[in-house]
Each structure stands twice: as structure tokens, then as C-alpha cells.
Design a protein around this ligand. Sequence first.
Ligand code: BGO
Length: 267
Amino acid sequence: MSIKIALAGNPNSGKTTLFNALTGSNQFVGNWPGVTVEKKEGKLKGNKDVTITDLPGIYSLSPYTLEEVVARNYLISERPDAILNIVDGTNIERNLYLSTQLMELGIPVIMAVNMIDVLEKTGDKIHIDKLSKKLGCDVVEISALKGTGIQKAAEKAVALARKKEAGVPVHEFAAEVESAIRSVEDKLGMEVPEEQKRFFAIKLLEKDEKIQKQMKQAPDVAVEINDLEKEFDDDTESIITNERYVYISSIIDECCTKSRKEKLTTS
Ligand code: BGO
């Protein structure tokens, strides 16, 4: 059975290094349909039936850059069997912003925390087991540059893809936001598969026009938007961004420790 794995991550997270290490010379380069954004695909070394698609480097699944739109359209419409989310371990706070969104797509996600060789030098620690629990997905430490852990990451991604079981996001936003999401989810018809409902509901609450246009029958969610904006005295896009950062801060607090050396020099 052939398997599709999407490689997703921020620019400079080491995505190209990992893609090259996983696929070797087994690559095809083209453009994403209709745009001049480079599309790279390759076969996983030693696994002809596993195709890895290198998504453009992005910070978010918002509709503001061509790269973000290309990446999310691929994820929504092509539905890869798994997402291998590479994050730069030296910059984890910023990188997790995308990760929290990838987890909402209803596609199985495995996270590879990269640059572990750098972390070993600085003494900063990421507690992988805690991170895995907080995120509700498997996490593997890698150094794409040195090749450490990449085989394990690939094997886990393939196993996850074969299982076809997406994790359910374990985190909940503030109660009012969750209640608005549930209300919008209930308005989404058969057009949106169950596992994608959370992603679509959040995008509609964020007033994402591209998603509205892509839907055959986008529900009217003005009531949910108005209620939230009144409650939080802010626009819904900022409300949801804030909620993500609250979640990310709690992850950093629980899962990351800075080296003593650094603490002393920065205080
Ligand atoms: C340069 N460890 C270390 N130490 N570095 C890594 C690792 C790792 O595990 N993985 C990647 N890098 P990309 P995107 C560079 O190019 O794969 C490095 O954007 C340099 N170049 O080597 O390109 C990688 O595809 C000059 O670094 O990322 C690259 O996601 C001086 O991270 C950079 C120093 O990796 C980005 C680094 C001329």
C-alpha cells in the first residue's frame, strides 16, 4: 500500500536537511499547481511505497502568504496519511505555533524536535515525554544535520500513517472559545468530514475568507463571532492567536528547562 507523508515546519527548522537525508537522490522537483512555489517530493530511502512531500516552510496555516495557502490546501484536499512536523528545538516556542494548528487537521502528526546537537551543547533541555503528553502526539529528538534519530522519526511516521488514526487534540482553549467552536462544528454539514471539523470551525470563527469561499455551503457564524468578540473585547482572530500562545506558554513552562549557565548570564 502506498503511503503519503507530508513534511511540515517553519522556515529554517532544518526541513530541507531532513528531506534530503530521508530521500537521498530519490527526489522530483516541480511547482505547486498554478503557483511558482517549489514542490519537492521524494521516496523514503529503502521504502519505494512511501512518498514524502516537502511542504513550503511556513509559520502558520493562515491565509496570508502563498506558501501558507499552498500548504494548507494540500493538507485539506490531498489528506496525506501522516504529517512529520519538524520543529527547531532551539526556537521551540515560535515553532509550536504552527504545530498547534497542524494538530487540528485530523491528520496523524508526529513531531521531530530538530537541532538536538545544538541543545546538547547549550545544556537546554526539552522533556520529550512531557511534550508528547501535552501535545497528544509522538515526539522524537533528531539532528537532521548529523542524522541522529531520523530513522526512528521516519519509522514512526510510516507506522502512524499505516495506522491511519489521527490523535485528538488534547488541549482545550478557554471555555467560551471551545463552546463557540462546538457551536460552529454543529453547523458544518456533511461537506466537512468529522475529523476536519475543528480546523474548519476555527477558520470560520477567524473570518478566513479563503476557507469560506472554498466551502460549497459555509454556515453563517456571525452569532458565534459576535458573542466571542463581546466577551473578550477583541477580534476573533486575535482571541484564537492568544489562546494558542497561552497553551504554548504552558507547554514551555512544563517541558523546557534552560541551562543554568544561560540563566546566570541573562539575569
Ligand atoms: C545552514 N543541527 C544543526 N546544528 N544544524 C542544522 C540541523 C541540525 O540538526 N538541521 C539543519 N541545520 P535547512 P529549512 C548554515 O545552511 O534544512 C542547519 O529552511 C549555513 N549555510 O545546515 O536549510 C542547516 O529547509 C552557514 O544551516 O532549513 C542550515 O527548514 C552557517 O540549519 C540551517 C550555518 O536548515 C537551516 C548554517 C550556508
